[in-house]
Design a protein. Structure first.
Length: 141
């Protein structure tokens, strides 16, 4: 093998193979050291990996990272049926014009998504509510 006849690709491949051979040789030396330690009657020390499980570390202000990153939550959950009462009350006030989901959500201080979900689950069982347009409902008597 004449070195002058090798292509650059072949030289790169040889370099990679030599690096791999050196790393394997160092691994073999490490294994030999560990085996020798066992033969001499002492167990080799093994470095422990840092565990990332559990609660996040506290931030300087004393709050945990999870609390700081999370959304603000209301103090209490609404009692059962409160959404229905509020929606029926507001639709009754609106009359024949009805209200859009967005308007209802702002009047009830509720999330628009939650109001939509209410109409698609509980609201469709309610006979007194009629859909009069895209995202618009009215109370039928």
């Amino acid at each position: 093998m004449d070195i002058r006849e090798l292509t650059s690709h072949q030289i790169k491949e040889i370099t990679k193979l030599l690096e791999k051979k050196e790393s394997l040789a160092s691994e073999i030396e490490e294994i030999d050291r560990k085996l020798a330690a066992y033969e001499q009657g002492r167990a080799p020390t093994v470095a422990k990996k840092a565990s990332r499980k559990g609660r996040p570390r506290a931030i300087a202000s004393g709050e945990t990272a999870a609390k700081k990153a999370g959304p603000k939550r209301s103090a209490k959950r609404a009692r059962r049926g409160q959404m229905k009462e509020g929606i029926l009350r507001e639709l009754e006030k609106a009359g024949k014009q009805g209200l859009t989901v967005k308007e209802l959500a702002s009047r009830l201080n509720a999330n628009v998504t939650n109001v939509h979900a209410w109409f698609f689950t509980t609201g469709k069982k309610e006979k007194s509510i009629k859909k009069i347009g895209t995202g618009k409902y009215q109370l039928v008597k």
